[in-house]
Design a protein around this ligand. Structure first.
Ligand code: UDP
Length: 551
């Protein structure tokens, strides 16, 4: 491995001199540790101490210079999971002069992205916490290109999905345990530490019960672009997008090829009557039904199948993250075991509902206790409960609904989520058919391009007093500049009128570019007026500068 980092591309003595003279330099973005990513020149890592080292010299830079606030609680989150206390990043400081007394450093010539994977054993975590954030962090910093080196510092082994991490760059990612092979002191010529949290949509319930993040900043567009790049790297041929105007015959061809994918789990949280379910689906929808599982198929071959599927059906679980490879307009059906409320565990539902993801999501829950198979004898991580007090076991066994809880070791939750289920076919088909009734057609999905209006221009008001208690207020404006270039189905304007000093306002929606208000307009009064444009009922533009209108 040390050969791979051959020093060919950098002159060792130049690098060593630079480190000794200039020390480490750090410049970061982000005001808080939770939104910070730092860029370093000559950040070093001491494998003996298992610590990163910042070497101070006269020309070191450390921005932000937080003093001891750097430890309150940390400089930054190394993983994309917000403020998790096992994922904090920091470094030790030393004067550059101490380099003389240290082992000779090995320099890493590649531009490096240093991060913690959060849970590389679990496919959902791999995508949501690591792959998507790393992919978009690399988009944010141009020198993190295809030649960039990823370094995973969480301390785990490769894990079952290492091939997926390999897709992020052409260089083999390094694990923490491998760093010691390079010697006692390793210095990264140029590195970034941290991950963008911009693409994450779910919080796992460390401080409040799990659910969608409060402020989701990613749309289906970014998820799909990521999926497309990944598929290219896996050599998966994409069937053309819905956008492609197909002839009637093409449509027919496509219809012939419609199929349902059942993503099955082979070891836990089983569907006990999978064969029966598959038969019922094939009969009901007159479609082929294909089964895939992580145990039996390679990941690329699963993605290949899913990327052209009409419907993906699976038990709740990490494998459902593959719905990000479904074509637009596809249906995701998530099954939940007995006593598990689908509304409380929504990573895949939230994904399906991201704007522009264009997936149709349906959930089904086993409501029949006689159709569930529990596993009280198993180890606690797989939902066993025999280690609990008798009373507690009884309570769990009689409960019909797992109450809201925090991550990650709630025994009642684990007990229920690891049940196997005999799917009641009639009730399942009913829910499915009912859910499909509200599925929008592919055509309707098309105008998903969500362009927002600009500010209305030249807003003006004119006023006149009619009688001692009647006045008029005329407000007019010009269309937003970008509307000139757009075909918009419906353009409307919203006007807010507020009497100065009052804390309520009257909102109006208008189709035209001027209007004379006379109801509730008083003489010798100052009104504040805001105007904005709205495209297609929901795409709001910004308000123009407030108008002060005196009657
Ligand atoms: N897994 C699987 N087959 C199984 C059970 C689990 O492939 O029968 C995978 C699952 O997709 C995930 C990992 O093993 O990537 C951990 O599964 P677990 O049940 O712990 O997590 P969950 O699926 O509930 O997120």
């Amino acid at each position: 491995q040390s050969q791979e980092l051959s020093q060919a591309r950098i002159d060792y003595h130049v690098a060593l001199l630079a480190l000794q003279e200039h020390g480490t330099r750090m410049v970061c973005t982000g005001k808080m540790h939770t939104d910070r990513i730092c860029r370093f020149d000559y950040l070093c890592y001491c494998s003996e101490a298992e610590e990163f080292i910042f070497f101070h010299s006269n020309s070191s830079v450390m921005l932000p210079n937080l003093g001891s606030r750097r430890f309150q609680p940390a400089l930054l989150d190394s993983s994309s999971v917000e403020d998790h206390n096992t994922q904090y990043f920091n470094f030790l400081e030393l004067p550059a002069a101490t380099l003389k007394f240290m082992p000779k450093p090995v320099f890493v010539p590649d531009v490096t992205l240093i991060l913690n994977r959060f849970n590389p054993d679990n496919l959902m975590h791999v995508f949501h916490d690591d792959l998507l954030p790393a992919f978009y962090t690399m988009k944010q910093y141009l020198d993190l290109d295809d030649e960039a080196r990823l370094v995973f510092m969480e301390g785990w082994g490769e894990g079952p999905h290492f091939d997926l991490y390999r897709l992020l760059s052409s260089k083999q990612p390094l694990l923490k345990e491998q760093l010691r092979n390079f010697g006692k002191l390793m210095c990264f010529t140029k590195s970034y530490v941290g991950l963008s949290k911009m693409t994450t949509w779910y919080q796992y319930g460390f401080v409040q019960p799990q659910g969608p993040k409060a402020n989701i900043l990613v749309s289906g567009n970014e998820i799909r672009q990521f999926a497309k790049v990944l598929m290219e790297k896996m050599n998966i041929t994409m069937v053309e997008d819905v956008d492609n105007e197909g002839s009637a015959e093409d449509e027919k061809d496509k219809e012939k090829d419609n199929y349902i994918v059942v993503f099955s789990r082979s070891t836990t949280r089983l569907i006990l009557n999978e064969a029966e379910l598959i038969m019922a689906l094939a009969q009901e929808f007159q479609m082929r039904v294909v089964t895939v599982s992580l145990e039996e198929h390679s990941f690329p071959s699963i993605v290949q199948v899913i990327s052209s599927a009409t419907m993906l059906i699976s038990m709740h679980g990490a494998q459902l993250i593959t719905s990000l490879f479904l074509p637009r307009g596809a249906v995701v059906v998530e099954l939940f075991p007995f006593a598990v409320n689908p509304e409380q565990y929504t990573p895949y539902k939230t994904l399906a509902f991201l704007p522009g993801m264009d997936l149709h999501y349906i959930s089904w829950r086993n409501n029949k206790e006689e159709n569930t198979i529990t596993h009280p004898q198993r180890p606690w991580e797989q939902g066993g409960i025999i280690h609990l007090e008798k009373e507690e076991q009884k309570r769990i066994l009689t409960s019909k609904d797992v109450p809201r809880h925090l991550c990650c070791r709630n025994p009642e939750w684990l007990f229920r989520i690891y049940q196997d289920t005999l799917v009641d076919i009639p009730s399942f088909l009913d829910i499915l058919k009912e859910g499909l009734k509200t599925k929008p057609s592919l055509k309707k999905l098309k105008p998903a391009s969500a362009l927002h209006p600009g500010r209305v221009r030249e807003p003006q008001c004119q006023t006149s007093v009619q009688t001692s208690n009647e006045a008029r207020l005329t407000v007019s404006w010009q269309i937003p500049w970008n509307l000139k270039y757009l075909k918009v189905r419906e353009v409307k304007y919203e006007v807010w009128i507020q009497e100065q000093g009052e804390n309520t306002y009257m909102p109006y929606i208008l189709p035209q570019q001027n209007y004379t208000f006379s109801d509730n307009i008083k003489p010798f009064t100052t009104y504040l007026v805001w105007v904005r444009c709205i495209f297609n009922k929901s795409l709001l533009g910004p308000f123009a500068d407030v108008l002060m209108c005196q009657t």
